[in-house]
Design a protein around this ligand. Sequence first.
Ligand code: AHR
Length: 490
Amino acid sequence: MAQATLTILPETLGTISPLLHGHFAEHLGRCCYDGLWVGTDSPIPNRGGFRTDLLTALREVGIPILRWPGGCFADTYHWRDGIGPRASRPRSLAESCGLRVVEDNQLGTHEFIHLCREIGAEPYLAGNVGSGSPQEMMDWIHYCNGSLDTTLARERAANGHPEPMNVRYWGVGNENWGCGGNYEATDYAKEFRRYATFLKMADPSVELIACGHSDRTWNLRVVETLRNHSGYLDHLSVHRYYSAGRATVFTDEEYYQLMRAGELVEEDIRYTDEILRFFMAGRRQVGIAFDEWGVWHPEARGEVNYEEPSTQRDAVSAAGVLDTFQRWCARVSMANMAQIVNVLQCLAQTDGEKMWVTPTYHVFRLYRAHRGAQALRVEVETPTVDAQPLSGYRAGLLPLITASASRREGSVAVTLTNRHRTEAMEVKIVLRDGRFGAGALETVAAPAEAVNSAEQPDNVTLRSQPLAAAGDSLTLALPPCSVQTLVVEA
Ligand code: AHR
């Protein structure tokens, strides 16, 4: 069996914000309607219109932050359509990613806030820049958060929410370099500045997310234009989607290509960080909000509502991305995988009354152990494989083991991924400044093309086992194509 060594160093990288494990729900295909929302009259068991099986699953994995209502949909959405008695809400034209459908506005602001409270998520609302106005977005903030006795606050109370909703995170548009209005970077930056001036007047405590890009020139021009108004810029968003081969049919070469996702995302973070450091030096620290990421397979097209099979390969590649976010926890302020249910690399899928979770869901469960803990630097000596570039990024050797470690009072959590498609790997884990006590190990391991389904909801699932106290190192045999977290007293 091939061997690797993981050394956990007594060097803290920062606190792993729970927001790094966030999600995204767009009015696109069957994500919001059918996925999350079935309506209060549905025969599918629900709480306040949201399907209860999914609520239970989401509570269990923990959803630290949820971005809504888009995506591209955000720049066509008018929030007033989604408040008031549901029976009298308008039937509007919804547009996102080329899909044009009727939006009956049954899931609006109050329903979304109710969902967030049900699952313990921080709400993140994406505002409309492309077809909206600063006044419209300012009113939305005021409607949600206003504490003075204004007409908008009274209207919120009349609609069932007397207390302010305290929504802290607000996106100022979405992908405004494309679907959000086809802006030039400097034009968007000026528009952002105009919006932000008034949005921070509506509520100075909100945190604004400006639209960034996986194109460095856009980020450079936006941040450069905003450098003298840095007080408005709390976060800069970056989106990254990738694919290699098809969802369930892929060669070894394509399998390893997809494993580059963590490196690809790291490159996006690195150059965005450089730009922010350069222009914001001595001004303020702006967070990188990686608020859309994940696998977008060629199968996920408009005709099938952007749905795709969600395999163990996708889940294992997501672990590399989560390791990257945790390593960069001092700079990445949030991350939201796209999307929470049914669309793209989701946590769960539904078919009528049936609901099942994906292998990616189980990987997110494994990373729960790190939330709020101190990230520790790790060194990995690992076998490698020659892998092709992903989205044009980097050919060459790909490490077969990736890892994250964190410490909290009395314990250490370590997540290890064996990216070898077919072979197990023996890993010696060394703790530099302590001794491993007793603990537990949870593993998700399966063939790369394995999926869960309505018929086989637990085809890929978590296995747990206790770990005996081990001293200053312990050795584990990691199954092929697997992710595992051990939490041990230390
Ligand atoms: O997540 C699907 C779409 O991908 C979003 O609407 C958009 O922001 C991105 O291009």
